[in-house]
Write a protein that binds this ligand. Structure first.
Ligand code: UDP
Ligand code: MG
Length: 313
């Protein structure tokens, strides 16, 4: 019989975990004729009682495993750790807040069993429960990255997906430190079937992503999957060279024809400020890529585990 690993990153989810376990359990009951299950919870340095909840679950249910990080490493690191430690034939990543309906697992499993697909992924048709600003920025992010990245990013794509072992191994083979999973999932290729669903409000607890965290995550996505900003910096440089060349010709001709009255200091200062700004902006873009390269070369571990269910046996 096939085994499904359910990977769940958890950060301060003490209220959600019991609800999540209960809901997913209903589905595992329904599917028990077809496949086995394993839960891999990853406690991403929670400050509440998440770890205790996980210890209790692991005591109660042999299928429950957990990894607990030494501090908060972020959702990307938690997903990576979960995938790396999952032992199933099929592996799914799910948020702990039940925004992803576990009932879809049945359809996802059946899809993979046809052998036509390597992955069954979900995307939400709405963005219920998210702020106005977040909706607008998300829309723009997908527009921009759609144009500047060769890797396809599907608007509304969730991290909730069921993948074959082969696909997960491909994802794990990418050991990069700055991880942007939505891009990595797409980068590895494989046949993916998309299921649409209407997203629900979070069942308990609060969202862990505020505006700035999401904004820097978006920048991370762009830097990880496109070098277009570097080209942009160079392009602006070339355009300014052309403009200044034309202006030089214009000024020489004007001086020869009309003489050289001293004027135009205010405009000169404005232009200097603008060019200074553009130079700093371009240096900033290059700096962003350099910083990522710097972090990659350090080869720091993506996560550090402090405790697993085996330590408590
Ligand atoms: N999460 C995590 N580490 C973090 C932030 C979030 O493991 O640093 C987990 C969180 O516990 C949840 C999932 O990532 O299971 C998605 O988080 P959330 O629901 O807050 O994000 P949103 O739905 O607002 O995008
Ligand atoms: Mg959520």
């Amino acid at each position: 019989m096939k085994k499904i690993s359910v990977v769940v990153p958890c950060y301060n989810e003490e209220e959600s975990i019991p609800l999540f376990y209960q809901e997913v359990n209903k589905i595992t009951e329904k599917m028990k004729e077809k496949c086995d299950f394993e839960f891999v919870f990853v406690n991403d340095g929670s400050k509440d009682k998440t770890l205790e909840e996980l210890r209790n679950l692991a005591k109660k249910d042999k299928r429950v495993r957990y990894l607990s990080f030494s501090r908060n490493f972020g959702k990307e690191a938690a997903m990576y750790a979960g995938l790396e430690n999952a032992t199933g034939d099929y592996i799914t990543t799910m948020d702990a807040d039940l925004q992803d309906p576990p009932s879809l697992l049945i359809e996802m499993f059946d899809t993979l069993e046809t052998k036509e697909y390597d992955c069954c992924a979900t995307k939400s048709t709405n963005r219920k429960g998210y702020s106005f600003l977040r909706k607008i920025f998300t829309k723009w992010f997908y527009k921009i990255i759609g144009h500047i990245s060769k890797t396809e990013m599907i608007p509304g794509a969730r991290d909730f997906r069921l993948m074959t072992r082969q696909m997960v191994d491909a994802i794990l083979s990418m050991k990069e430190y700055n991880r942007y999973s939505k891009g990595l999932f797409s980068f590895v290729g494989f046949e993916t079937k998309w299921i649409d669903f209407e997203i629900e409000d979070r069942k308990a607890g609060k969202s862990k992503f505020n505006f700035w965290k999401l904004f820097s995550y978006a920048i991370e996505g762009i830097v990880a999957f496109s070098t277009a900003p570097l080209v942009l910096a160079a392009l602006v440089g070339v355009i300014f060279c052309i403009i200044s060349f034309c202006l030089i010709i214009f000024i020489i001709v004007r001086t020869i024809v009309w003489g050289d009255p001293v004027s135009g200091w205010p405009s000169m200062v404005c232009i200097m400020f603008m060019i200074g700004g553009i130079q700093l902006f371009s240096t900033g873009i290059i700096g962003e890529y350099l910083a990522k390269t710097y972090l990659e070369t350090k080869k720091r571990p993506i996560y550090i585990v402090k405790e697993t269910e085996k330590d408590k046996k």
